[in-house]
Design a protein around this ligand. Sequence first.
Ligand SMILES: Cc1ncc(C[n+]2csc(CCOP(=O)(O)OP(=O)(O)O)c2C)c(N)n1
Ligand code: SF4
Ligand SMILES: [Mg+2]
Length: 351
Amino acid sequence: MTYLAKPKFRHPELPRNALGFTRRDYEGSVSTLCAGCGHDSISAAIIQACYELALPPHRIAKLSGIGCSSKTPTYFLGSSHGFNSVHGRMPSVLTGANMANRDLIYLGVSGDGDSASIGLGQFAHAIRRAVNMTYIVENNGVYGLTKGQFSATSDKGSKSKKGVVNSDEPIDMIGMALQLGATYVGRSFSGDKAQLVPLIKGALLHPGAAFIDCVSPCVAFNNHEGSTKSFDYVRAHNEAVNFLDVITPRAEITTDYAPGEMVDVRQHDGSIIRLKKVAEDYDPTDRIKVMNFLQEQQAKGEVVTGLLFVDPEPQDLHGALATVTAPLNELGDGDLCPGAAEIDKINAGLR
Ligand SMILES: Cc1ncc(C[n+]2csc(CCOP(=O)(O)OP(=O)(O)O)c2C)c(N)n1
Ligand code: SF4
Ligand SMILES: [Mg+2]
């Protein structure tokens, strides 16, 4: 990978967030992706979300696998912790890091190949174990980095750039995430920053497994007629069920929405996800109804976007395992090795 650092110069009057950081403090190196790639727009949305939430960059850990999408953490959050893992293995590395240090905010970035093909098992287990993380799949329906093969999310009947028709059924990552128990599930489009930024903000604040499927057109290999992941197709078939505002405990609560059009979901940390309803009867807290609705719309070829499901009282893996609250690197010898008498007691309890 090549890295091109951005100049350190900052205009002195750039706006600053509650921590005194400018948006530029959340940027990374200069992107080497193709001009117009949807993935760069997602990076910009991640930068904006972290800036607006005033997250301390040193408290964020960004992890990825292999692919153009998995290269992107180099292009955002340059002052955060980062780990670029092996193809499809981001979820287990993230799970391990999270188990060792629950004090960081975990952001996993992956591709449809990375998560739905080689990494499908890893994706499934991280979600079903309720790892506290934001997991974003930059979904272009193609293996971009290796030059345009169909991926497991390519729709049946969609055409490759060379005109080959895909004969396989696609894997619907949203359907899988819902079935596996994800407690925050959203879909968006890289070209819709107004929807994507608050969706990422809500996910970062969500204390459980948050999954975002973001359709992200590959302008080099999957943006032609016949593709269902092109800019034109998604714009023509995008059906938003709601629009979001995310209100942190320290922000003022204001709204332009008429009562009745609006629903507030209060999360554990006091943050509020305010949803402006677009689809009248859409209830994002009813998992079964959401799954049925999405199946029906998918059969019509619609790309349903928005915050699709949220459980305001999520379980997370640390809660399930009753782990210690301190990060492991803060434990002393006495905590880590309780002595022979304690170990004898544990062994006796297992006999
Ligand atoms: C174990 C292993 N198998 C295969 C590859 C080759 N490879 C690299 S990236 C990639 C697919 C990436 O597709 P995706 O995750 O959708 O990312 P995109 O480039 O489309 O953003 C493949 C097959 C690899 N690097 N490692
Ligand atoms: S090949 Fe596709 S996914 Fe990769 S950088 Fe280019 S446009 Fe983006
Ligand atoms: Mg891809």
